[in-house]
Design a protein around this ligand. Structure first.
Ligand code: DQA
Length: 147
């Protein structure tokens, strides 16, 4: 089973970006850990990060066309603004699980709305980088249940 870990804008700066909110772990280290967890569950994890909306849209389309079982997606700030990303999630038939390191519902009001959530199978927010691991377990479970 192939799973895509997809991260949006500014998440390449994890580790040095507002560590009081997003923690001190780098994206590279999160990706390595997730790859190991996936491997232990006989899954193959690919990871992509982009600061560009169109590249994130292309990555979602490609994951669906290349037979991925699902996507773990942190759309970062695009969560709150991007109808194009919402439409991209709606345009593919594979499950997309939305993840946020911080609890977006406990932050500024503009972060309370997710354009993506209604098209995702679910959302995990507020558990830091462990949220990605939770999402991986949940997505594997979901994919097996809905096979
Ligand atoms: C984020 C939350 C977003 O509001 C913010 O724009 C991000 C990161 C998170 O993981 O907590 O860039 O998606």
């Amino acid at each position: 089973m192939k799973i895509l870990l997809l991260n949006g804008p500014n998440l390449n700066r994890l580790g040095k970006r507002q560590p009081e909110i997003y923690g001190t772990e780098t994206l590279e280290s999160i990706e390595l850990r997730l790859r190991a967890v996936a491997g232990a569950k006989s899954c193959e994890l690919s990871a992509k990060q982009s600061n560009h909306e169109g590249e994130l849209i292309d990555a979602l389309h490609e994951a669906a066309d290349e037979g991925y079982a699902g996507v773990i997606f942190n759309p970062a700030a695009y969560t709150h603004t991007s109808i194009a990303l919402r439409d991209a999630v709606a345009s593919i038939s594979i499950p997309v699980l939305e993840v946020h390191l911080s609890n977006i519902h406990a932050r500024e009001t503009f972060r309370h709305t997710s354009m993506i959530a209604a098209e995702a199978i679910g959302q995990i927010a507020g558990f830091g980088s462990y949220g990605y691991e939770m999402a991986l377990y949940a997505l594997i479970h979901y994919a097996k249940e809905n096979d």
